[in-house]
Design a protein around this ligand. Structure first.
Ligand SMILES: [Zn+2]
Length: 108
């Protein structure tokens, strides 16, 4: 357990996902007041090969995410079109039911 050098509270280990330090672990203060802002690296800098592999992985992950979002957008557009058609049908049914009701009321 590493204690905060500023306030003596406990620290937790988090993982950096920045472009310059992808996957690098660091300590972060978790004092009751929301942390005092203390952070320190838990391990030395990654080698360039590891950084390149992480960046490649993160880049690929972004492509997968964008592809999934595009698929979800197409699905939601189809669903919105279907709902618009159903909404129009319900409006027409309501209109015809009122017309039928008025005609029935006038005739009888
Ligand atoms: Zn602290």
């Amino acid at each position: 357990m590493v204690l905060c050098r500023n306030c003596g509270s406990q620290t937790i280990i988090k993982t950096s996902w920045t472009a310059t330090n992808p996957g690098r672990k660091f300590y972060c203060c978790i004092s009751r007041r929301g942390g005092c802002g203390f952070v320190d690296w838990a391990e030395g800098p990654s080698c360039q090969r590891a950084i390149d592999v992480f960046r490649h992985f993160m880049h690929e992950q972004q492509h997968v995410t964008v592809a999934n979002q595009a698929s979800e957008i197409r699905h939601l557009q189809d669903e919105a079109l279907t709902m618009a058609v159903k909404y129009t049908r319900v409006k027409m049914l309501l209109l015809f039911s009122w017309v039928f009701f008025v005609l029935y009321y006038v005739v009888h």
